[in-house]
Design a protein around this ligand. Structure first.
Ligand SMILES: NC(=O)c1ccc[n+]([C@@H]2O[C@H](COP(=O)([O-])OP(=O)(O)OC[C@H]3O[C@@H](n4cnc5c(N)ncnc54)[C@H](OP(=O)(O)O)[C@@H]3O)[C@@H](O)[C@H]2O)c1
Length: 219
């Protein structure tokens, strides 16, 4: 597979990038980001881009791929609601619409989170925004689209969050998270397991479009 990865500098994306570079079935990884990953690898190519609502200037770079791992995303904590909606919905849909037009046979995988609200009507704002994003992605004419809803993610192999308070929690709670990752698949996965599951689903498909933490861990 030739794959495109968004959010490769973040906690989820670092884990997915590591697994992509290790996977012999992936021949090329194109990272699209606003800052460099700092990594060098024969399979890795990076495109730096500024406006994540308009990809028209890099369309030729985005053509000819089999799968996209969309790991770009932000926490809603402390963020202006409209900014959160813009970064979650507008940015994701702009990328997805460009990609599906250029690569109609692409499989698109998107990382949201546990408790995402598919009804778009519930009381929690972030969950409604993620739910609408998932629902609208699933309407696009990709070969297939899969929504990954991890709960907690134990960072492995040096993976770190871009968000300092998330990092602090993961460092302080490392022993507990490690225990939960082994015993509570509903509430915890690892960055390695999530990356491997996304690759496997992009390659082989899955029996349903929305994968919860326990599905991710069972793959
Ligand atoms: N971490 C968890 O435990 C966890 C659990 C469940 C679900 N999730 C979900 O997974 C997704 C990714 O989370 P994460 O923990 O990997 O986040 P993160 O560590 O904060 O990384 C965020 C990524 O998004 C990019 N990004 C943020 N704002 C951007 C913007 N305006 N334009 C372009 N790129 C931007 C960042 O790029 P820069 O390096 O350029 O800033 C970085 O690559 C989110 O949707 C989150 O809700 C995370």
């Amino acid at each position: 597979m030739k794959v495109i990865l968004f959010g490769a500098t973040g906690m989820v994306g670092q884990g997915v990038l590591r697994e992509c570079l290790l996977d012999p079935g992936i021949e090329q990884v194109l990272v699209v980001g606003r800052s460099p990953t700092g990594q060098r690898h024969a399979k890795l190519r990076e495109v730096l881009h500024k406006d994540f609502t308009d990809f028209s200037t890099i369309e030729s770079d985005l053509t000819g791929y089999d799968a996209c791992f969309f790991c770009l995303g932000v926490s809603s904590v402390g963020m202006d609601p409209e900014r959160y909606r813009h970064l979650t919905y507008d940015v994701t849909m702009a990328a997805a619409k460009t990609l599906v037009a250029l690569n109609p046979n692409m499989v698109f995988t998107y990382v949201t989170g546990r408790s995402t609200d598919s009804t778009e009507q519930g009381p929690v704002r972030w969950a409604r925004v993620k739910g609408k994003t998932e629902n609208d992605l699933l309407k696009l004419p990709f070969k297939a689209a899969y929504m990954f809803r991890p709960a907690g993610i134990q960072p492995l192999h040096g993976v770190r969050s871009k968000t300092s308070w998330v990092n602090a929690i993961y460092v302080v709670a490392a022993p507990l998270l490690s225990y939960l990752a082994r015993t509570s698949p509903k509430f915890m996965t690892t960055s390695e397991q999530l990356g491997r599951a996304m690759i496997k689903v992009a390659r082989d498909g899955y029996r349903k479009p929305v994968l919860e933490s326990e599905d991710i861990n069972a793959i």
